[in-house]
Design a protein around this ligand. Sequence first.
Ligand SMILES: [Zn+2]
Length: 291
Amino acid sequence: MAVMAWFKKERRTRTSQRERLEIPPDAWGKCEVCGHVDIRERFERSLLVCPECGHHQRFTAEQYLELLADPGSWRELFGNLRSADRLDFEHYAGRLEKAYEKAGTSDAVYTGAAKIDGMPVHLAVMNFAFMGGSMGSVVGEKIARLARRSAEKRVPLIIVSTSGGARMQEGVLSLMQMAKTSTMLARLHALAIPYISILTNPTTGGVSASFAMQGDVILAEPGAVIGFAGPRVIKQTIGQDLPEGFQTAEFLLEHGQIDDVVPRGSLRDTSARLLRHMQRVQYREDIADAV
Ligand SMILES: [Zn+2]
């Protein structure tokens, strides 16, 4: 019996060895475009940009704040505004409650003061995690107030947009935000205070039809979908096939609708350089008084 024992496969405690070798599944990241698999840390180090194909994965609003603002310089403003269910829209109150729980109490946009490369700025970053970055009264009001504060304090404005469009649960009140924000931005323009608009994936609907496209400079991340209506609706309306790459940042750049496509890793430096350049513009008192 003792000899037989030699040929018997020694029973290893397999599970324990496997446990030792296996890397926890959440340590890996995968690019949804090219399928490239890499350790998550590498994706994170590259700001969630695929090291292989350059695809920009979704970055949270909080990550953009960290990326753009100088460390410790961010101070939130108007964070106390809360959406109201004015139209008694079905399920809206409940959805709001859930969104506040899940995505924080800043609604679908963070607004505040910060510094970029030492320069004071007002910064708004839309939060897609909050009801798809939809623009209701609170989003419009926060953007408008921030723009007004920019005018009063003569501080440049930067807005990072991502949005599915107007918030349907607030009906026409959401649509009115387009006019309200546009008016405030017109005032900034007249005062020659720089406004940089940064478009991220996706920027659509009422946001693309108002403040997102009104920047003195409009930058977009590579591959970002930017447009007003969805391609299906447009195709049905005009009865024509749409060109390839339609509604991407690159397509819009080629057709003169935006100023540049800037990879995430260069957004901060590009914004800082633009601000430095634009702030040499003279204050036009004659125009400012007319508004
Ligand atoms: Zn990739």
